[in-house]
Design a protein around this ligand. Structure first.
Ligand code: KIV
Length: 271
């Protein structure tokens, strides 16, 4: 029996066991009650209430504008939709970078006001003190290295990170530091597959990849991308499983047609 199948509620401990057993971890983003219900019901291990809500829910160009209050709204909606999976909530830009007391206060708000199970924040050595403080308060922390979208204006582009040896070396060091600071897992975003393999094999905690190849301990995708709700974003790493954009457009056009043609509602669709 797999670790994943015998578990009633997924915890950070379950993810460690899955890594030890060589079982891949599945993670998808969700931002609302209804999709959380579908995704959890389908058997996902982890839902990430990502700050990608800033892009796919609010239509911003970057993840920077979303606020802590908005993340709390999304996360508490998700929590009401799940029974089994672990829920990780992103700390948004500006809610943890200035100092570790503010970081802890933001993490505490997430835990208290959403019922979420853990938080995620971006960065390595720079955010270590904050990670230590949040972990000491009993809050599980997921790290995030490689392409960290909250730093997009520092990078200047969404291209693959850590191709150069100096940046790859920093990432290797940061991954170890995050593990030592008590992170329970690390997202590796858009880095070479060979580097992700090396980092994953060198850690006891699981890595969750996005655009980081097949050797990570798990994979994550943004729900709107993999379901084809948002069809403009087509990076090489994305596998699109559905084209909801097309299906929904077709349904809406049919509804418009039916109303205009006085076909809807019919005799059985009225009181
Ligand atoms: O916010 C998000 O959706 C993320 C994933 C891309 C890992 O951080």
């Amino acid at each position: 029996m797999s670790v994943q199948k015998e578990i009633k509620k997924v915890t950070t401990n379950t993810l460690q066991k899955m890594k030890a057993a060589g079982e891949k971890i599945t993670m998808l983003t969700a931002y609302d009650f209804s999709f959380a219900r579908i995704i959890d019901g389908a058997g996902i291990d982890v839902i990430l209430v990502g700050d990608s809500a800033s892009n796919v829910m609010a239509g911003h160009e970057t993840t920077l504008p979303i606020t802590l209050d908005q993340m709390i709204y999304h996360a508490s909606s998700v929590i009401r939709g799940i029974d089994r999976c672990l829920v990780v909530v992103d700390l948004p830009f500006g809610s943890y970078q200035s100092n570790s007391d503010i970081a802890l206060a933001s993490a505490v708000r997430i835990m208290k006001e959403t019922g979420g199970h853990s938080i995620k924040l971006e960065g390595g050595e720079e955010v270590l003190e904050s990670i230590r403080k949040i972990v000491s308060a009993g809050i599980p922390v997921m790290g995030h290295l490689g392409l960290t979208p909250q730093s997009i204006y520092k990078f200047g582009t969404y291209a693959v990170r850590a191709k150069e040896e100096a940046e790859a070396d920093k990432l290797r060091r940061d991954a170890k530091l995050l593990e030592e600071a008590g992170c329970f897992a690390i997202v590796l975003e858009k880095i070479p597959a060979s580097l992700a393999k090396e980092v994953s094999e060198g850690l006891h905690i699981p890595t969750i990849g996005i655009g980081a190849g097949p050797h990570c301990d798990g994979q994550v995708l943004v729900m709107h991308d993999m379901l084809g709700i948002n069809t403009e974003f087509k990076p090489r790493f994305l596998r699109q499983y559905l084209n909801i954009h097309e299906m929904a457009t077709h349904a809406v056009k049919q509804y418009i047609h039916d109303v205009k043609e006085k076909d809807f509602p019919n005799e059985t669709e009225q009181y």
